[in-house]
Ligand binder design. Structure first.
Ligand SMILES: O=P(O)(O)OC[C@H]1O[C@H](O)[C@H](O)[C@@H](O)[C@@H]1O
Length: 574
């Protein structure tokens, strides 16, 4: 069916409620809107289904939730009684309809005879990952669109190890979803029946206590400055209660929370775009930070799986740290603390994504620790941990991405803003005890391991038009890319979609052990490199530039050259 036929089918389907059909009626004359809502089905991207809330196949609504959950239920039912009995844990964030969508999912699972465990209220995404492991559930669901703008919602799916599903399961579930053409065939029961039959179970504080206890068990040291002044903003999301509780229980005395961003607000009214990667999200935190003379201000995103910080600089202004820099500092803090306590064994390992910078890896190497690389998506990072766990008993030390996701410990298999907030505050407090700020620590790391500079450029291109242009940009760039950046020669490139690695110097192509994804990566003589890929969570094409130099200025200058050259080519694509 084309988009117009899909639209008509929805409009005339009596299964859909009046509000949905009215919403669709209202766009009858708006061809572009109809196309955008129906030209495709939402697909499992970097982090599950994600889309704007509204009626349509390319939107998040209760029907898409039911359909997706039926697809997941079919997958679980096919695995048999044991999996059905183990059930599925469900959490949700503060967004519009998150609670309703979560309940819809629970009742579809129950309708299929699968036990559902639904949290009584909002919870951070990583707590769901913990819960899946703790309950030995078959899987999990989180209704969240993470850091996307307020118009969005999403649906993340987890499997038994507590990590988000990888493509093997995602493909099977998607196939099931596609086969559900008739919505009225979706099996669903009402709440009372589900409760009575023991198929709907409500989760509450008992899980919080256990999870937070586990988080606190990751604390590395107590010779820290617990008086350090910190300002925190949960950006109106799920982090408020757990992050504050953990810091309090760890003895931090001076933590202030941005009052306007403390309580849940699905409109993120004072933030706009609730993404801590964007320094604009820190406006209120910076203001409060200045009035309190805080050493560090930090923010978690709405589902509290990510955290970012800004650190007070010499002139009193706050300097943002990006995900690579924060990751590097945390690696230094974790590894040096473990070594000091005699707990660092040589076979431990770190995992990062292929578009994460190399400073963390260089630090790990200096401690004799190996770094593995995976495709973008924390599911891949945790997938590596699951895989290693089956193969050997090497201790997992830390996983991180440039997109401000971090995890330590093995009881959560996703990025964890609660764990990362605790470790970050602890690191800030430890170095403060030594008379240093995190900016001083970063400078020392640059001094030791070389100046690693980076720039992430994201071009937002919305709708079908935008998606097609991103496709053309990738296609053109694949064929036509620069062989030089200034006087820096291209040495090698990897086309992950084609599964090839090309050695430019020897003109030799190799393949093998390259995971398939639409990513291009180019490596230069001096160790600088960059990558180009479409985002899997937002309508964006992303360009990641990483340069190396003997000084900040040298590395920064290279960034300018890379950016001008790459963007010149990409912007030329119509
Ligand atoms: O670059 P994208 O595909 O938009 O993904 C950006 C980020 O989205 C989610 O938060 C994923 O869990 C991360 O692993 C990913 O890095």
């Amino acid at each position: 069916m084309n988009y117009k036929e899909q639209y008509e089918a929805w409009l005339n389907n009596e299964y859909f409620d009046e509000a949905t059909r009215e919403e669709l009626m209202a766009i009858r004359e708006d061809e572009e809107e109809i196309e955008d809502r129906f030209y495709r089905n939402l697909e499992f991207g970097t982090a599950g289904l994600r889309g704007k809330v509204g009626a349509g196949t390319n939107r998040m609504n209760k029907y898409i939730i039911r359909q997706a959950t039926q697809g997941l239920a079919d997958f679980i039912v096919a695995k048999g009684q044991e999996y059905m009995g183990r059930g599925v844990a469900i959490a949700y964030d503060v967004r519009h309809f998150s609670r309703e969508f979560a309940k819809e999912a629970a009742l579809v699972l129950a309708g299929n005879g699968i036990k559902a465990y639904l949290f009584e209220d909002i919870r951070p995404t990583p707590e769901l990952s913990y819960t899946v492991r703790r309950l030995q559930a078959a899987g999990g669901i989180v209704v969240t669109a993470s850091h996307n703008p307020r118009e969005y919602n999403g649906y993340k799916v987890y499997w038994e190890e507590g990590a988000q599903i990888l493509s093997d399961i995602a493909v099977a579930v998607e196939k099931n979803i596609e086969s559900i053409k008739d919505f009225s065939k979706i099996k669903m029961i009402d709440e009372q029946t589900a409760l009575k039959q023991g198929l709907l179970n409500i989760l509450g504080q008992e899980i919080d206590d256990e999870y937070l206890g586990k988080v606190e068990s990751l604390a590395l040291r107590d010779d820290i400055n617990k008086e350090i002044k910190l300002v925190y903003t949960p950006l109106n999301g799920t982090g408020n209660i757990p992050v504050r509780r953990v810091l309090k229980e760890r003895g931090f005395k001076n933590v202030w929370v941005v009052p306007e961003q403390e309580k849940p607000d699905p409109d993120f009214s004072t933030v706009g775009y609730p993404n801590p990667e964007d320094t604009k999200a820190f406006a209120y935190a910076e203001k409060l930070g200045k009035s309190m003379d805080a050493e560090m201000v930090f923010a978690t995103d709405p589902d509290c799986d990510r955290v970012a910080c800004m650190v007070k600089g010499k002139n009193g202004d706050y300097v943002p740290l990006n995900g690579n820099q924060t990751g590097a500092i945390l690696i230094e803090y974790i590894l040096s603390s473990l070594r000091e306590k005699g707990k660092l064994t040589g076979n431990g390992y770190i995992v990062k994504s292929i578009v994460t910078g190399d400073l963390g890896k260089a630090i790990a190497q200096s401690y004799g620790i190996e770094t593995f690389e995976t495709l973008t998506g924390f599911k891949n990072i945790c997938g590596k941990v699951n895989e290693m766990e089956k193969k050997c008993d090497h201790p997992f030390l830390f996983g991180y991405e440039e997109s401000i996701g971090y995890v330590a410990g093995t009881f959560v298999r996703d990025k964890d803003g609660v764990i990362a907030s605790m470790l970050l505050c602890e690191a800030a407090a430890y170095y403060s005890f030594q008379g240093k700020s995190l900016l001083d620590v970063l400078e020392e790391l640059y001094h030791t391991h070389g100046y690693h500079m980076e720039k992430l450029i994201s071009l937002t291109l919305e709708g079908m038009e935008g998606q097609q242009r991103i496709g053309r940009m990738m296609k053109e760039y694949r064929k036509n890319f620069p062989m030089q950046m200034g006087d820096n020669d291209l040495m090698q490139y990897i086309d992950y979609e084609k599964g090839i690695r090309f050695d430019v110097v020897n003109q030799k192509e190799t393949s093998g052990s390259i995971p398939v994804s639409d990513v291009l990566r180019y490596f230069f003589e001096d160790g600088s490199w960059y990558a180009v890929r479409p985002s899997g969570t937002e309508p964006k094409i992303k360009i990641y530039i990483y340069t190396k130099g003997r000084s900040r200025e040298e590395a920064q200058k290279k960034i300018t050259v890379f950016e001008k050259t790459i963007m010149g080519l990409l912007n030329d694509v119509e």
